[in-house]
Design a protein around this ligand. Structure first.
Ligand code: PLP
Length: 369
């Protein structure tokens, strides 16, 4: 780099005014013994699955001189079969993580002069991706217990007429799932698209519904999912959605050609073949989650009901001190959500034992709720 090159900073570049002063999104990627901060699945692919993935990549490698299937038909068919609900390839779309799916939704249905609405606290990537596409953001607040009051939601939608409404269920960072009634009321009131982000769907407790069942009656409803959490495939970057086929047609106007690599498609399709095995681990994580919630409540903490693979708990006068104290014990969790609360991802039994020991140590000397 030249002398002048080193003196140039981002501020010297003709960057968009609305990007000036922003910092890149992301949780700290610290090297710690127990990482419970990004809602990853703690169970790596089994040897059998890892072998199958390697085989799929090897088979793909011989054809990498060619562009991939632009429409990812095999993968979409597999995802449709996995989701059920009468879905087929035309009603399913896939991209590099559900974050890219969300970006494509914003590109097709948002943009300058348009607005997206969300109910906070929720997934912070929703307003960020919204902003990146020049779409306005209309934040609304969740109510008691981190739920969404349908009357308040309908009133906000009627008043603001957003082009896109985000509903996260189960919600991140609170773990809260929405009753179908709330989604139906929102879908009926919304003039534009309604996106239900179901990144944690597989972790729902028994009897908690999915918005997939509403798709046949709601052509402007989109349900997004990911292979990052339940399928333990965060490193592969695979997200997808289910919606009316016309929605998929719209997304194809904004997707980059060949956006999903042949390697990614092969890896994702192969992992789908192991759905039963992977969902077995999810069941274990759900049980671990439920006992974590019970343990935290026993200790007198406030704990949000969780249908996800993480738990939001509090309330701490100084949550940063608790977060740092846990880190001193080698346990990294996430300082996110409403003031006073912390979020911990559900890990292996050993990791959760380390978390319980660390939290007991950190809260023993005061700083308790
Ligand atoms: C983790 C998460 C995602 C997943 O993003 P990917 O890009 O698929 O890894 C999407 N939505 C929410 C609410 C999440 O917490």
């Amino acid at each position: 780099m030249t002398e002048t090159g080193t003196e140039i900073s981002i501020d010297d570049l003709p960057i968009r005014d609305d990007l000036r002063g922003r910092s890149p999104y992301g949780a700290p990627q610290l090297d710690v013994p127990v990482a419970l901060n990004t809602n990853e699945n703690p169970y790596p692919p089994s040897e059998r699955l890892a072998g199958a993935l390697a085989g799929a990549v090897a088979a793909t490698a011989a054809g990498l001189n060619r562009y991939p299937d632009r429409d990812a038909v095999r993968l979409r068919a597999g995802l449709a079969a996995y989701l059920g609900h009468g879905l087929d390839t035309r009603g399913v779309w896939a991209a590099n993580g559900s974050n890219e799916v969300l970006l494509q939704i914003l590109q097709a249905f948002g943009g300058p002069g348009r607005t997206a609405m969300g109910f906070e606290p929720s997934y912070s990537m929703h307003p960020i991706i919204t902003g990146v596409t020049g779409t306005g953001w209309s934040p609304q607040q969740r109510g008691p217990g981190f739920g969404i009051d349908p009357d308040a939601a309908v009133a906000a939608i009627t008043r603001e007429q957003p082009d896109i409404v985000f509903l996260t269920s189960p919600n991140n960072p609170t773990g809260t799932a929405l009753p179908l009634e709330v989604i139906e009321r929102v879908a009926a009131a919304a003039p534009g698209m309604v996106v239900v982000d179901e990144a944690y769907a597989e972790f729902r407790r028994e009897g908690t519904p999915s918005a997939l069942s509403l798709l046949p009656d709601h052509p402007r409803l989109i349900v997004t999912r990911t292979m990052s959490k339940a399928f333990a495939l965060a490193g592969a970057r695979v997200g997808y959605l289910a919606a009316h086929p016309a929605v998929v047609d719209a997304l194809q106007l904004v997707r980059l050609p060949y956006h999903l690599s042949a390697v990614t498609q092969a890896v994702a399709a192969t992992a789908l073949d192991f759905a039963d095995e992977l969902l077995g681990a999810v069941k274990q994580l759900r049980e671990e989650r439920d006992s974590l919630v019970a343990w935290l409540r026993d200790r007198g903490h406030a704990v949000a009901d969780s249908d996800a693979n993480f738990v939001l708990f509090g309330e701490f006068a100084d949550r940063s001190a608790v977060w740092r104290g846990l880190l001193d014990h080698g346990v990294l969790i996430r300082e996110v959500g409403p003031p006073g609360w912390l979020r911990v991802t559900v890990g292996t039994p050993d990791e959760m034992a380390a978390f319980r020991t660390a939290l007991t140590g950190v809260t023993a000397g005061g700083g308790q709720p």
